[in-house]
Structure formats: structure tokens, C-alpha cells
Design a protein around this ligand. Structure first.
Ligand code: BGC
Length: 727
């Protein structure tokens, strides 16, 4: 369903847009394309203007990062009551994983492989955001991350286009609902268009140099899914594609997004990114930057002032066609009408709704539910977990006692004081008979001075089990937080080595926003829980899993390397002419010093129960382009604990006009099973699901043989078969 659909007839809105446009001077039109910054800076400093004067003069269409509800209301009043045309402002903000009630970072949510839960949580975020007087979130980020060094991995759904597309659509539905004019929905923004996740060497803002196939097959599908779900806005990437910065790329914006996909919303730059066309050295000055961006199809200038400073003159000089300005204005006005801002510009300022909505108890419940589902049990030797009635639990690590860190980056109004720490979660979950002993072990900076280490060893030695929180502090993952080393920070490993000398079993609780290279941990610690940055309810969710209240079902949305030297490492790679597993020894696509396999592969995640797969069945051995095939498999919970399994379906196109990946996720289904319960799970595959950027330069499926594989992760395939796609 396309949610970017008018709640009154589309025609009525278009008429209103046209008649307003007719009334506008060129200056007023250009004003709508201008976005100012409020107070908080989410990018390098930009020149300040007198905001109130600019609003009154009709030179502002939108403001981001406005500090507080009252300030937003005040600015809205200026726009509506004191500017000539009284066009309401759009307030934008980065609500990426919640407004005040935070859910796991998007990479964490992706580990739930649960689009329904993700949609629900986005709806919670929308309710809180709109109750705060904000109309527009700069989310969802739908970039694909191929390189774990990139700090913004935390904002994304990981390495896979199919999972990324499902979650992109779910988030758009959650934010926008089916009526943008409703009180509790907000305009969404799919960002960053496109292929930002391919920055070379994972280094922030670096060059992107990829083929059209990589763009089309990997990076565009989540954007296309967001557009098909009706996303109202799209944000340009800072990066370039084929040597053209994204905001000035007519190939990306005009040709693909607007023409090929028929996108009707508007495109906003990233922070100052139009001006940065000058630093990319494709524009000589602001004037050329403004011209290039508008001509490429970008519509709104975030904080760069180049549109507002240059476009009027560019039109008057006959360089830029006013029709292009009109098209951009139309798109922005359309969004304002769809949000119902003209009927009642103050409708998002309802004090009572604000007070009863933000951080509501049921929102925290929803956050706890998705946080539990996002935890991935990477390892559990000798069934160390779940913990059953330990007399003494040692809780170790600065991260275990930090409400700040569980929130992660892009935390909007998330407040550490609201957050449940790992320690608090464990204390709440244990009964009076259990003794919980906390010891810091290392500093938040990562240093583990001797006295802290010794004390941790003592406390651990006396305990039945040690829960050791290790990993990244929140600042280590996010924008501008690329890392060249992705192992455990500081001296955490040294601390773990010391704890290992005791006989007490250690459970590592990992906090991080990207895959880490942790082979030592894997070899030396019996149980590892990947908990990302789980948000406001982190501690409760972690305790739920530690003590068996919740059976873990999360699966990795990104492969974890054995060493940073393997990065980028992705399960859906191409076969090459010398596939490692088939080549004569010594002549395969491989390293001489490390294996090709990741430490933990995409899709990996353990459970407290055991699932068995049987009876893979295809409805036909061959099908036509316009038909579908059903693939079914039976999954049984053969353990004695109820649990959820994410059944993963992969396909392989055996021969193509271009090289095809060794495996591609084509479907997944999350099923909850009681002990001894079995369920038949059925997937439908249509030719569209098998499409790729062919040698004919179109997205299409090609006839031929396909392998279909069903399993628990990309490297734990339980059953396979094949079918033919007919011409
Ligand atoms: C980020 C965007 C964000 C914008 C506004 C930029 O630095 O790249 O993702 O939406 O700031 O805060």
C-alpha cells in the first residue's frame, strides 16, 4: 500500500497546491526550498541567520533540530501569522530509533528479523515525535552496510538487500501509518540516496566507486521498497556515485528516483551537502552548486543556504527554468497539505497528548519486546545459559552500569536516566536468594588499571557466574565514527583474560553498533550475547534472556569477520573464476593467512531449543515468468523450551548474463513453536524475486536453473532443491 496517498482526494490537494503556487512570488517559492537549523548541530558549523526575521519574510520552508516544543510552536506562529502567505513550517528531526522511548539501534532491530515488531516500534516513535510538535523524521536510514568499519552501520539494517527492503517498508508504514493527516503519524525520509554504505575502506564520507550492478542489485532495493511503501521524502547521500556527488546526480535523483520509480515526494539534501559540491570540486561556487542540485532533481537545501541565496538570480538570468523551482515547491507544499498543516498548523501541539504519549508505559513495553527479539546468542557452550538460580552473579564492566551507553547514537530525546542498565535489569530479575555483586573491571575509556582488574577477579572468583559487559561505548558507532580496528576496545580483552583464570564461567554481553572482530572471545568465553545498543529497556531485555524468561531468536543482519583484514566480508559474494572451494589447492580466491569464512555468518543466532527441518517441497519443478512457485518446509521444535525460529530461504541463479551471487536471501519467516510443535512454512517465489541488473541494463529475471536453499543461517543450510524459470 502506498501511504503517500492523500486522505482527501488527490485532485483536491493538487488543486490547492496549484492555487497557492499561483499566488507565490519567485522569492516565496525559493523560500519553501530552504531549511534552516534550529539549535543542536548535527554537522559542521554553518552560517547563522536571524531565524525569526527569515521566517517572517517567507524565506523558510522547514527547520530541523529546533530546541523544544515551545520554540517550535513559536516559530510556527511566526510563519502562519506573520509571514505574507502564512505557509506553515515543517519541523524535521532525526528520530531514527525512537523519540524518548528508544528501541534498539536499527542494526539491532534488524536482528529481530521481525518486520511486524519493527513497524510497531516505528509507530511508537511516530506517536511520540508528532506529540512533540514534529512532523518529519529523517528516517529510516535504508543504506546497506557492506563494511563493518563504517560507523553508520549502526543506523542500517545490515548487509542484505532483501532484509533491508522488508524493514525499510515496515519502518515507512510505521512512521507514516495509512494517513499522514492523522495526529500520530509523521512524514518519513529514506536516506541516504544512494550507496553511502560503500564508502571506501569504511572511512566516513569517503569516495564511493561501485558498478551500476552493485548499485542496482544491492543498494537501491531498500530505497525502492521505501518508495513503494509511500515514503514522503528521500535524503541525498554526502557521497558520490560514478564521480558525481549524489545531490547533483541526475542519474540517481531525476532518472532513477523520480522518473523510473515515479517518486512524488521531495528530496532533501543532507547537512550542507549542496555547498559541499564546491569541496567535491564539481561546482565552482554556490551559484553553480545551486544550479547543479536543482537540475539534478534535489528539492530542499538543508542548512546550506545556496538555494535561498542563488536560485532567484539563476532564474532571473535565464540559467535555471522556473518550472524546476515550481516542481520542487509543489512537492513540498503537497507534503504540508498531506500532513493537514494548512487546516490546523497547531494540530501537533496538544499539551495533553504530549504528556500522555511521550515515554508512555505501553511504549516501554513495546521497546522491551523488540529489544528481547533483537538479542543474538552467538555462542552458548555447555548450556551456560540460561542461568538457573545462581547464588551469586558477578556483574562486571563499566558498560554494565551505564544508562548512557545502552541508548546508542542518534538517540533523539532518549534520556540515560530513563534507561535500564544491564546491572539494574539483572538486579530486578533476580530474586532475594541471589546475590548480585557489581565490579567495574575497566573504565569507560577502555583502560583496565590493575586495582580494577584485581577487584574484578576477586568478585568473579567468588561467584557462580560472571556476566561481563564488553564492547563499544555509544560514541564508537555512529556518524563520523568509522574505526580501522574493530576488536574489543581498550583493555577489555586483558580483563577477560584475567577473569578466565578463575573457574567461574563467563557470559559476555556485547554492546556495539557494528560487527566486531572477536575471535579471541569466541575461543575463550563459553557464552556470548550480542546486545547492540538496545535502547531504554536494554537491561530488562538482557535479563529476560540471561534468566530464560525469553528464548533468544535474533539472527545476525551482518556477518562478523574473524579479522578486520577480511572486511568487507559478505555472505552474498560473487563466485569468481576460481571459487575457493572448487579450485586446485593454492589457486582459489583466498588469503594465505586467514580463512575466507567469517567468524559468524549473516543469519546466525542460537536458541535455547533445537529446531529440525524436513520435507522441503516445491509446488513445481518449473514455472513461467508470470507464475509463482511455492516452496514449503516443515520446521519442528524438538527441544523442551518454546522458541521462535527465523526460517531463511536463499536462492542461487546458476547462470546469468552477469555474474550472480553464490546465495541471496529471497525470503524469511519468523515462527513461534511450542516444544514438539511442527509447522509447515510456505514461501512464494515470483520472477520479480529473482530479478537483477542484467546485461541488457534492466532489472529482470532471466530464465534458467535456480538452486533453492532453506536453513538457519547463510552457512547452515538444512535442505536444498532446484527449479527452472521458463522463458
Ligand atoms: C546526517 C543525516 C541527518 C542530518 C540532520 C547529517 O549529518 O548525515 O543523517 O539526518 O545530519 O541531522
Amino acid at each position: 500500500m502506498n501511504t503517500y496517498a492523500p486522505h482527501e482526494s488527490g485532485e483536491a490537494i493538487e488543486d490547492k497546491v496549484e492555487s497557492l503556487l499561483d499566488e507565490m512570488t519567485l522569492e516565496e517559492k525559493v523560500g519553501q526550498l530552504n531549511q534552516l537549523n534550529g539549535s543542536e548541530h548535527t554537522g559542521p558549523a554553518v552560517s547563522e541567520v536571524d531565524k525569526e526575521a527569515e521566517i517572517r519574510a517567507g524565506n523558510v520552508g522547514s527547520i530541523l533540530n529546533v530546541d523544544g516544543y515551545e520554540k517550535r510552536k513559536h516559530f510556527q506562529r511566526l510563519a502562519v501569522e506573520e509571514s505574507e502567505l502564512g505557509i506553515p513550517l515543517l519541523f524535521g528531526y532525526d528520530v531514527v530509533h525512537g523519540y524518548r522511548t528508544l528501541s534498539p539501534i536499527p542494526l539491532g532491530e534488524a536482528a529481530s528479523w521481525d518486520p511486524v515488531a519493527v513497524e510497531e516500534m516505528s509507530a511508537v516513535a511516530a506517536a511520540e515525535t508528532s506529540a512533540a510538535g514534529i512532523h518529519w523524521t529523517f528516517g529510516p536510514p535504508v543504506d546497506l552496510t557492506r563494511d563493518a568499519r563504517w560507523g553508520r552501520a549502526m543506523e542500517t539494517s545490515g548487509e542484505d538487500p532483501h532484509l533491508g527492503s522488508e524493514l525499510a517498508a515496515a519502518r515507512v508504514r510505521g512512521f507514516q501509518g495509512d494517513d499522514l493527516g492523522a495526529d500520530d503519524t509523521v512524514l518519513a525520509c529514506a536516506k541516504h540516496f544512494a550507496a553511502y554504505g560503500e564508502v571506501k575502506a569504511g572511512r566516513e564520507y569517503n569516495t564511493v566507486d561501485i558498478s551500476e550492478s552493485t548499485l542496482r542489485d544491492l543498494h537501491l532495493p531498500p530505497f525502492k521498497a521505501a518508495v513503494d511503501a509511500g515514503v514522503g521524502t528521500v535524503m541525498n547521500a554526502f557521497t558520490d556515485h560514478d564521480r558525481v556527488p549524489a545531490g547533483a546526480s541526475d542519474h540517481l535523483v531525476r532518472d532513477i528516483l523520480k522518473d523510473e520509480w515515479g517518486f512524488e515526494g521531495f528530496v532533501v539534501s543532507d547537512w550542507n551537502s549542496f555547498r559541499e559540491l564546491i569541496y567535491h570540486r564539481v561546482a565552482e561556487d554556490e551559484r553553480e552548486a545551486a544550479q547543479l542540485a536543482l537540475e539534478a532533481g534535489s528539492d530542499m537545501d538543508m542548512v546550506g543556504h545556496v538555494f535561498v541565496n542563488e536560485l532567484v538570480e539563476l532564474v532571473e538570468d535565464g540559467v535555471v527554468d522556473e518550472a524546476m523551482v515550481d516542481d520542487a515547491v509543489r512537492r513540498i507544499l503537497r507534503a504540508k497539505f498531506l500532513l493537514d498543516l494548512f487546516d490546523d498548523p497547531y494540530r501537533y501541539f496538544d499539551d495533553q497528548r504530549r504528556d500522555s504519549t511521550i515515554l508512555a508505559d505501553d511504549h516501554r513495553e513495546t521497546a522491551r519486546e523488540i529489544a528481547r527479539k533483537s538479542i543474538v546468542m552467538l555462542k552458548n557452550d555447555d548450556d551456560v545459559l540460561p542461568l538457573t538460580d545462581p547464588d551469586t552473579v558477578a556483574v562486571v564492566g563499566a558498560l554494565a552500569d551505564s544508562g548512557d551507553d545502552v541508548l546508542g547514537d542518534w538517540r533523539a530525546q532518549g534520556n540515560p536516566d530513563d534507561a535500564v542498565t544491564v546491572l539494574e535489569g539483572i538486579e530486578t530479575a533476580t530474586n532475594a536468594g541471589t546475590n548480585v555483586e557489581y565490579t567495574k573491571g575497566y573504565e569507560r575509556s577502555g583502560e583496565a588499571p590493575e586495582p580494577l582488574r584485581e577487584q574484578a577477579v576477586e568478585v568473579t572468583a567468588d561467584a557462580d557466574v560472571a556476566v561481563v559487559a564488553v564492547g563499544e561505548t555509544w560514541e564508537l558507532s555512529g556518524e563520523c565514527s568509522s574505526r580501522a580496528n574493530i576488536d574489543l576496545p581498550g583493555e577489555q580483552r586483558e580483563l577477560l583474560e584475567a577473569l578466565r583464570e578463575t573457574d567461574t564461567p563467563v557470559v559476555a554481553v556485547l554492546t556495539n553498533g557494528r560487527p566486531l572482530a572477536i575471535p579471541w572471545l569466541d575461543e575463550n568465553v563459553p557464552a556470548i550475547l550480542e546486545t547492540w545498543f538496545l535502547g531504554t529497556e536494554a537491561g530488562h531485555a538482557i535479563a529476560d534472556v540471561l534468566f530464560g524468561e525469553h528464548n533468544p531468536s535474533g539472527k545476525l543482519p551482518m556477518s562478523f569477520p574473524q579479522t578486520v583484514g577480511q572486511v568487507p566480508i559478505n555472505y552474498n559474494h560473487l563466485p569468481t573464476g576460481r571459487p575457493a572451494e572448487k579450485a586446485e589447492p593454492g589457486w582459489g580466491t583466498s588469503y594465505i593467512d586467514v580463512p575466507n569464512d567469517p567468524l559468524y555468518t549473516f543469519g546466525h543466532g542460537l536458541s535455547y531449543t533445537t529446531f529440525e527441518y524436513s520435507d522441503l517441497d516445491l509446488s513445481a519443478a518449473a514455472f513461467e515468468m508470470d507464475e509463482q512457485i511455492q516452496v514449503s518446509v516443515t520446521v519442528e521444535n524438538v527441544g523442551d523450551t518454546a522458541g521462535a525460529e527465523v526460517v531463511q530461504l536463499y536462492t542461487r541463479d546458476l547462470v546469468g548474463s552477469r555474474t550472480r551471487p553464490v546465495k541471496e536471501l529471497t525470503g524469511f519467516r519468523r515462527v513461534e513453536l511450542e516444544p514438539n510443535e511442527r509447522r509447515e512454512v510456505t514461501f512464494e517465489i515470483a520472477s520479480d524475486d529473482l530479478a537483477f541488473w542484467t546485461a541488457d541494463e534492466e532489472v529482470a529475471a532471466e530464465p534458467g536453473e535456480f538452486e533453492v536453499m532453506v536453513g538457519r543461517s547463510a552457512d547452515d543450510i538444512r535442505s536444498s532443491a532446484s527449479f527452472e524459470l521458463l522463458d
